[in-house]
Design a protein around this ligand. Sequence first.
Ligand code: MG
Length: 160
Amino acid sequence: MDIRLGNGFDVHAFEKGDHVILCGVRIAHDRALKGHSDADVAMHALTDAILGALAEGDIGAHFPPSDARWKGAPSSIFLRKAAELVRARGGRIANCDLTIICERPRLRPHIAAMRENLAAILKVEASRVSVKATTTEQLGFTGREEGIAALATAAIIIGD
Ligand code: MG
């Protein structure tokens, strides 16, 4: 049995707008996240964690931002592809853990929906998907509300 861990980290800056998309959940806010795709910083970090566990490069290698196909694309495309790569290797996702770092918007009311969304995309039970939110106590770029950061870990088991 081959047990593999991967980590992922991502940051997106705020720009003008009226909502953010985190783990596929649309959350009303007084700003939006800037990015080539839907800028779902949380899903990007998790995608990178899974790709990292497989040692299959990173999200930018699989989905180059220079490719017009990914403009405005839902980030579920990227996460679904990472999960498919796990299955193609005869593996399964044991668990994943995601921490989203921002002062605002408040994420707690959305955590359950985020977990359900990610679990459905990954084709695992929600009990294997953790989503947490924290702040940096108003310190640094997340504290100044310049953007949102996300940190993810994924554990994958290949073989029986
Ligand atoms: Mg990103």
